[in-house]
Design a binder for this molecule. Sequence first.
Ligand code: CTP
Length: 402
Amino acid sequence: MNPGIKVVLGVTGGIAAYKGAELARKLMELGLGVQAVMTRNAEKFVTPLTFEALTGSPVIRAGLPEPGDDPMPHISVPRSASLMVIAPATAGIIGKMANGIADDTLSTMLLAADIPVIMAPAMNPAMYANQAVQENIARLKTRGVRFVGPSAGEVACGETGEGKLAPVEDIVSAVKEALNLKTDMDGLNVVVTAGGTREPIDAVRYIGNRSSGKMGVAIASAALRRGATVTLISGAMDVEPPTGVAFTQAMTADEMLNAVGEAFKTADMLIMSAAVGDYHVNGRSGGKVKKKEDWTISLAPNPDILMEMGKRKESQTLVGFAAETERAEEHGLEKLRNKNLDVVVINDVSRKDIGFNSDFNEVTIITKSGAVEKIPKSPKTTIAGKILDTALAVRDGSKPRT
Ligand code: CTP
């Protein structure tokens, strides 16, 4: 599941349940992790398989958990999420939540949840107008529940009035607002590289490095949350690529050069956070080399992907990393100039508490115009946001966005 933000999508029984499926898809496209929870009646309109296929995770269904399942999903699921969205929300679920009734998985989860809740009601207009429903909604609003819609129009039963599920785009906007998702990268094509390359020595051995891919994945997730279309090209990683990115695996520097070169043609921004091996093995063996006393391997240089993209650069914003163990700023600045970068992110790879394989990093970000920002030790997700802020500012400074 997406390492980023998780949303619980509660689907209750009504014709509009199929729109819940469209909503799940749109939320996934934002790079969010989506955990669908369905009521018994919802399953009469749409099958759990639909949501499972769209979200990539098993649906949590009404009734008691089966042996082997999480025994207390009503507690654990909202705790691991940032938001609950109930769409469509029937008069039933609204009434249950307003009155503290917990008689199935979703209603129990709503009581246990300590996270923001959005409800998108859908029902017959007469039901929606009913004083009991209106009082329940008013009560929930005072407790901070946000309502989106319903909108007016013809509902499934043929009657006309207020009761239609709000447009899916409106629900998505409410989710973005509640999660504070930005839209400042809307329309941008961002290519991110992550992880470490592996250069084969023979059929079973390789030369690799300690990159975990966490920094690149954090950048890709952050760009997704800000509205970008993201291509993630990675070597070996310890983490899963976020849902919502176009993912390509490129294990060697050569493969990565080809993949990045292709993606670069239509990119607005390239962020090279991959640890690309500088050498490959000369005359590698196709089979497995037998054990021997000494073994001398000859290495030949790999292409410098970033340097190459610096030469091909037209309007793309280029962000590179500089992994340094000494005189970090000086060497980082050299890389910025030599590789024709717009931004360089310098990190000290000699420290054990940050960088490779850690969830934390401490970096200095320098732009081509010489602005220097030192970011103290912070989670890689925070650093990712800062890198994007700077890249965007440089981009907007050089070419005002329309
Ligand atoms: N990089 C690249 N292709 C390579 C090597 C590095 O595209 N063959 C990119 C990395 O993704 C990073 C930047 O160049 O964004 C700097 O990588 P780094 O390993 O710090 O430096 P090198 O250029 O390899 O120089 P050195 O190893 O001498 O420090």
